[in-house]
Design a protein. Structure first.
Length: 398
């Protein structure tokens, strides 16, 4: 157990001679200003007069809100506000934290806030001013689920004025709460509700019908937030997001984006047709963003003619690789497309059929890889064949 000194239980003030300041005045302002800021005569929050008139012994009973103050002490004869010849001025005076150690902070109101409002620190979304506090509102994600900083107003203020907020601890002076219920930001601005709205952001649990223990929780992000993973639809490095439609459709139109690693884009069995009906893929601009980035295309076919050639078409230009002689059978084909500049790729095509291996290689000009998509078609150059399976893989440069 840690022991502490007794706090200043009874305030008493003195003049410059050390005598009690009978009938003197104690003014309280917001820090660094001459804007009046209330002190209180009891823990329930009954406001003192401002200035406080000291009794004959220079005493007063003073409770403070959890926010900094500026105090100015003046003699009974100095009645101007602020005093013209104060005995002393003390700025940035804060209350002693109670033993239950609430986390109270100062802020700037973005709109009129009153004690008990649930508020969030704005990042500037929704036409708000970044760095100011506004009432939470579950009608918008930016005012409910997204903000990392949410608190309850303890000392309110008009737009642009100083305010105080509690970010952790117990909130008092509420009403009609259900003990043990979780409360959320409401669709009524600044209010809370026990019924989760669409954009449900929990703020605390009621421990009595009039008090709420604040929940120390991260936002339930529906946007990308550093260090947080949400169950909503997200796009992460290494996970492929496909275009609309099933991945194994008859004629898939897939889109891949340039991420490091080796990932399958499509795999399909039983596609039949000729060179004019071969499935195609569109690779997004910038996929081959650096020299050495490569796409690996693989396909397997049955064919009925020994004169067929494997064909990979890139940006409308064909690259063929003949089989040589052989029986009608299944063949495997592979093409590697490697970026060598912003407007050219190296293409190596390899075909394995029976015991024959045939390769071809060359450089092909393409459109600006950073600005334009890249259409890729794979299959046979002519005739009738059955495309058993195919896939396209991406490999980043080493």
């Amino acid at each position: 157990m840690a022991y502490t000194t007794i706090p200043w239980v009874q305030c008493q003030f003195f003049d410059d001679n050390g005598d009690p300041l009978s009938g003197g005045f104690l003014y309280s302002y917001a820090p660094g200003t001459t804007t009046k800021q209330s002190t209180y005569s009891d823990a329930a929050g009954t406001p003192n007069s401002n200035p406080i008139t000291l009794d004959a012994a220079g005493r007063a009973t003073i409770f403070l809100a959890p926010t900094p103050y500026k105090f100015v002490l003046a003699a009974a004869t100095d009645t101007t506000d602020p005093p013209t010849t104060p005995l002393w001025t003390r700025d940035e005076v804060a209350a002693v934290a109670p033993l239950d150690a609430y986390l109270d902070i100062s802020g700037t109101a973005g709109e009129t806030l009153v004690a008990g409002d649930c508020a969030y620190l704005s990042a500037g979304t929704g036409g708000k001013t970044a760095g100011r506090w506004y009432k939470t509102d579950a009608n918008n994600t930016y005012s409910s689920t997204i903000p990392p900083a949410i608190g309850f107003v303890t000392v309110g203020g008009a737009a642009g004025a100083a305010c105080s907020l509690r970010k952790a601890g117990q909130i008092e002076n509420l009403s009609s709460l259900n003990e043990g219920s979780v409360y959320y930001c409401s669709e009524t601005a600044g209010a809370i509700t026990a019924t989760p709205p669409t954009n449900a952001r929990p703020v605390g649990v009621a421990d009595t019908t009039t008090t709420l223990v604040m929940a120390v929780l991260p936002p339930s992000a529906t946007a990308t937030v550093a260090g947080l993973v949400d169950t909503a639809a997200q796009s992460f490095a290494g996970v492929k997001t496909f275009a609309a439609g099933p991945v194994f459709s008859t004629e898939p139109a897939q889109t891949i984006s340039g991420v490091s690693g080796l990932f399958p884009v499509a795999l399909q069995a039983g596609y039949s047709g000729g060179s004019t009906t071969t499935p195609s893929f569109t690779v997004t601009a910038g996929t081959l963003s650096a020299n050495g980035d490569a796409l690996l295309c693989e396909w397997e076919s049955d064919y009925s003619s020994a004169t067929l050639s494997a064909r990979i078409t890139i940006g409308g230009t064909n690259s063929d690789c003949g089989y040589g002689s052989g029986n009608t059978a299944r063949c495997n084909a592979r093409a590697t497309i490697t970026r060598i500049s912003a407007t050219s790729v190296n293409i190596r095509v390899e075909v394995l059929q029976d015991t024959y291996v045939t390769t071809s290689q060359g450089t092909q000009a393409v459109s600006d890889l950073a600005a334009n998509t890249l259409a890729i078609t794979m299959g046979m150059a002519s005739g009738t064949y059955t495309l058993r399976r195919y896939r396209i893989l991406y490999q980043g440069a080493l």
